[in-house]
Design a protein around this ligand. Structure first.
Ligand SMILES: [Zn+2]
Length: 204
């Protein structure tokens, strides 16, 4: 797929910006429709506008948007695709959950969730449909690929787990929360680990 940053063609960049705005609007609408359904009540919940597998299964949603170019009076059409990839795609259950929104070959938004956070038996935050929709809107509006994970601050007698959303170049976008955790270290390099997950860093 085409990288969303390394293209210097100004028209291409304008198009990508516009497609991101369209996609952000689409996801905001889905989010609002879902909230309305939840508000109406569980009886009508089968009318959830999102696919049954959303957000943690394998799903694909598409939206075709048509508009008229005011200047050149041309009709335009774009198909946006929002898909979710469960965390088993590369054969290990600790691979991240991945959501992508793209049009053609261009990735417009990308969000990953560290599976160790998802499988935490006592999660600090609810990793739910609304969180995924909100995170995708952030990725689209920031024009950045995002990763939801945690880092460990070592302390005594307990460590602190800090939940964060970061860009792929490691810029901090938002801290989501923090909590005390029991100490647990990697069996290979002895770095501090989050409470859930294998007994070693994911990158070994
Ligand atoms: Zn390690």
């Amino acid at each position: 797929m085409k990288d969303m940053h390394n293209d210097n063609d100004p028209q291409f960049r304008r198009d990508v910006t516009m497609y991101r705005e369209l996609a952000c609007h689409w996801i905001a609408q889905e989010r609002e429709a879902r909230r309305t359904q939840l508000h109406i009540g569980a009886a009508q919940y089968s009318n959830d506008p999102l696919p049954r597998a959303f957000p943690f299964g394998h799903f694909t949603m598409t939206e075709t948007i048509r508009w008229l170019d005011d200047v050149r009076r041309h009709n335009h059409q774009a198909t946006l695709v929002f898909r979710g990839l469960p965390n088993v795609t590369n054969g290990t259950s600790w691979a991240p959950f991945v959501w992508q929104l793209y049009s053609g070959e261009v990735i417009l938004g990308h969000v990953e969730l560290d599976a160790r956070l998802f499988f935490d038996p006592e999660p600090l935050l609810s990793w739910d449909a609304d969180f995924v929709l909100e995170s995708m809107m952030q990725s689209l509006s920031q024009g950045r690929q995002l990763r939801v994970s945690s880092r460990i601050e070592e302390g005594f007698p307990q460590n602190v787990q800090v939940f964060e959303i970061r860009t792929f170049d490691n810029g901090l976008l938002r801290e989501l929360g923090r909590r005390y955790i029991h100490k647990r270290v990697c069996s290979i390099c002895h770095r501090a680990l989050p409470p859930t997950g294998p007994q070693q860093c994911l990158y070994h």
